[in-house]
Write a protein that binds this ligand. Structure first.
Ligand code: ATP
Ligand code: MG
Length: 754
């Protein structure tokens, strides 16, 4: 026992150790990334247990359940299996656990259901219908977010109705009945014995607040020590609940929070930096520990991070330093297209494996939006590199992507029963279970496909109509496919099915994410159509069938469960608290990172910068930043400037051969008051011509000509192989590194430059 104790305490520096050993009273550790905050929190728990605090009297709130289980493992190494009895997990999971025991006091059964967002929206739709309101006006997603806002601010339906500000706001938005929907929603949830995500916080609050003697006191006595990691991302309701867990009779309760205001990245969810500032006021006897040494990253990475964050005004002053080596400079990758970005990063991963023996599992690709994962997935697959996507399904596994692909599959092959099942009633066309069952049975009896069974099944007139409409829809897709390329057909499918309208009507962040994914899918199809590069074998037909063949390999890809050595792909948001040897922060372009929604609001730019700060401080040894000059966004090629955050990194931390940093700075328009005009000059001079780009006929292309390619820019034809239909040009593009490209002229879009 004693030996172990010496072991872990010896792995702490003086300040960390003091923070661990200060068992009593309120403690705050606000410190930079990689300074050992999570380590302090973990070992503090171990120390408490070693010094006689029973594990089940410790409540520790973490950002993810995964983080909690890793911390438990650590603690277990010190104190043995008792560690498992610590109450450790996310706010939601811990509160759900307590509500299972106490929920009956609020009228919930102990085995209450937890509604996910879909359940909530469906219920709201029901209510809107029963109130005979127009669901186009009262969009379920909008209503849900109003309800969620109210709950997070402790506003009951009654208080909502009496709150002038809210009522005026709703009236102005022509949705004055939200307060009633909210009331009914609350009743129906309770009647169904269900809590939604917001309820897990709200009901926890109510439970403690309304039952000071029997419940609050019980938990005040039960938990002797409370610890919170990543405190900067708690919202005010969470903070109120934490305070209710503390014994009001104790002058200086045992609460320990750790966090970093510079890493606060959830203000859109209501997290507030005020919590940190209030903490000092709420606990006047607070002991504050400052950690400044970073144990994670090398000097170049720390130097860059320190500099970047100075561009945010509102922050608690602190600087981190490291005893680590200088390390490798930061690599900056500039590519012409987003596809090339994917390829370069995948190639680099192989290089790091070979040159530096970095394992797959020590590498992570971080992006701003989940939709960006597609291109990286494709290139990692091509190189047979195992990967895993966190915080989101792999691109082709996402429901909305699968649904659109199912329509494509059915267009090509109406016998495809799995595709049929996915989309026969999506978007909803009023087919009930009875009608669908008849179709399924008919297909079974007659041994025909579901699609064909539609023609032969006897149905009610209403169902018959719906089915006929579906058939007509698919037939129109088949027709379109006869005369169009893959992109035209795919866009037509998306348009005619009305899938986008469904999501648009939802009007939630999640629904917009889904729309983005469908756009990203279409971008992929567009790219396939325009991809005139010739690799090997016969050129693939650029129609829908060719496209589906192309991605079939990708959709059928099964990620082996037992695989443990995989590259990680995740959004920067979900990378919080984690570390990897090698980090690739990709898509560093204006309008993407910082996101286009943040550009006109200085506070939001600051939040984007904190996000960037979180991203780069995940790296231990290698940091790679990348951006593409052009990217498929919303069905067209967009030219974006490199992200302002790249410029904020001092040049001495960047690799020498990183692309023309100086030029990049010269190119930049002046930043006025932190806000940059949206209509900026594109990076490449040929982009102007792209607007009126009309390609020349392939037969006109000859050796030695100067040409312009829409994606790759200007270049010289260095040779031509083959005849007629099969002519392939070798082109040396001015802006591309590496060997010449071979391009099938039949598909190429080239303009001859005079
Ligand atoms: P973040 O803000 O990113 O959450 P953090 O402050 O929580 O970072 P930790 O994750 O606790 O930092 O620590 C960063 C890394 O440094 C970990 O690998 C940890 O094991 C290591 N570390 C922390 N303190 C020490 C120390 N005193 N000696 C050696 N390594 C340490
Ligand atoms: Mg941490």
């Amino acid at each position: 026992m004693v030996r172990k104790k010496i072991d872990y305490l010896a792995s702490l520096n003086e300040v960390q150790r003091a923070a661990v050993e200060s068992m009593e009273g309120a403690v705050m550790v606000i410190a930079g990334p990689g300074s050992g905050k999570t380590r302090v929190l973990t070992y503090r728990i171990a120390y408490l247990i070693e010094n006689g605090i029973e594990p089940w009297r410790i409540l520790a709130l973490t950002f993810t359940n995964k983080a909690a289980s890793e911390m438990k493992e650590r603690i277990e190494q010190v104190v043995g299996p008792g560690a498992r009895k610590v109450w450790m997990g996310t706010f939601h999971s811990i509160f759900a656990r307590i509500l299972r025991v106490e929920g009956h006091r609020l009228g919930y059964p102990n085995d209450f259901t937890i509604y996910d967002t879909d359940d909530s929206k469906n219920l709201i739709k029901d209510i809107i219908n029963s109130m005979q309101l127009d669901p186009k006006v009262y969009k379920p997603g909008v209503v849900l977010s109003r309800i969620s806002m109210a709950k997070s601010n402790l506003i009951t339906p009654k208080r909502y109705a009496n709150n002038d500000d809210l009522m005026v706001y709703d009236r102005m938005n022509r949705v004055p009945m939200i307060f009633q929907i909210y009331e009914k929603y609350t009743e129906r949830c309770l009647r169904a014995g269900a809590m939604d995500f917001d309820d897990l916080l709200l009901q926890m609050f109510r439970l403690l607040y309304q039952n000071p003697d029997n419940v609050r006191e019980k938990y005040n006595l039960a938990f002797s020590h409370i610890l919170v990691d990543e405190f900067q991302d708690t919202n005010s309701l969470q903070y109120e609940i934490i305070k209710l867990f503390l014994d009001p009779n104790r002058e200086n309760p045992n609460i320990c929070i750790v966090g970093d205001d510079a890493q606060s990245i959830y203000s859109f969810r209501g997290a507030t930096i005020d919590n940190i500032l209030n903490f000092e006021k709420d606990f006047p006897q607070l002991q504050v520990f400052k950690l400044e040494q970073n144990y994670r990253s090398t000097k170049h990475i720390i130097g860059a991070a320190n500099k970047v964050i100075t561009n945010n005004d509102r922050q608690i002053q602190k600087k981190i330093w490291t005893e680590e080596l200088e390390g490798h400079k930061i690599k900056l990758i500039k590519t012409v297209t987003d596809t090339e970005e994917g390829k370069r990063i995948a190639d680099l991963i192989v290089e790091y494996k070979n040159r530096f023996h970095v394992k797959n599992s020590d590498m992570a690709i971080l992006y701003r939006t989940n939709a960006q994962s597609r291109i990286f997935e494709e290139h990692l697959r091509r190189l047979n590199l195992p990967y895993k996507i966190y915080g989101g399904l792999s691109f082709y596994q996402r429901k909305e992507v699968k649904d659109v692909v199912a329509y494509m599959r059915l267009t090509i092959n109406p016998l495809d029963d799995e595709a049929f099942k996915r989309v026969i009633n999506f978007p909803k066309r009023g087919l009930g279970g009875v009608a669908l069952n008849s179709i399924f049975m008919k297909a079974e009896q007659a041994n025909i496909s579901l699609y064909h069974a539609c023609f032969e099944t006897e149905l009610s007139p209403k169902a018959k109509n719906a089915v006929n409409e579906f058939i007509r829809l698919i037939e129109s897709f088949m027709q379109k496919n006869q005369e169009s390329n893959a992109y035209e057909t795919a866009s037509y499918i998306v348009k005619k099915t009305g899938i986008m309208e469904v999501f648009k009507a939802e009007n939630t962040l999640e629904a917009f994410g889904r729309m983005e994914n469908i756009n990203s899918l279409l971008d992929g199809v567009q790219e396939f159509v325009e991809n005139d590069e010739f690799t090997e074998g016969e050129p693939v037909e650029r129609n829908l069938s060719g496209y589906l063949q192309n991605i079939a390999l990708l959709t059928d890809f099964d990620q082996k469960e037992e695989e443990t050595d995989f590259v990680t792909l995740m959004s920067v948001h979900s990378a919080k608290g984690l570390e990897f040897d090698c980090i690739f922060v990709v898509g560093l372009e204006e309008n993407l990172f910082p996101s286009y929604m943040s550009l006109s609001i200085p506070e939001q730019i600051d939040e984007e910068r904190r996000l960037f700060y979180v991203a780069i401080t995940r790296a231990k040894r290698f940091l790679v930043l990348s951006y593409a000059n052009s990217r498929y966004q919303y069905g067209e090629i967009r030219m974006n400037d490199p992200s302002r955050f790249i410029e904020e990194i001092p040049i001495e931390h960047l690799e020498d051969n990183s692309p023309i940093k100086q030029k990049l700075i010269l190119d930049k328009p002046k930043i006025l008051g932190g806000i940059k005009p949206l209509d900026k000059k594109p990076v490449n001079d040929y982009s102007k011509e792209a607007q009126n780009f009309i390609p020349d006929h392939p037969d006109k292309i000859e050796e030695n000509m100067r040409i312009l390619h829409l994606k790759f820019g200007p270049g010289t034809i260095t040779g031509i192989e083959g005849y007629k239909e099969n002519r392939i040009a070798r082109i040396d593009f001015d802006n591309l590194e590496g060997p010449e490209k071979r391009i099938v002229l039949k598909y190429a879009k080239l303009k001859i430059l005079q």
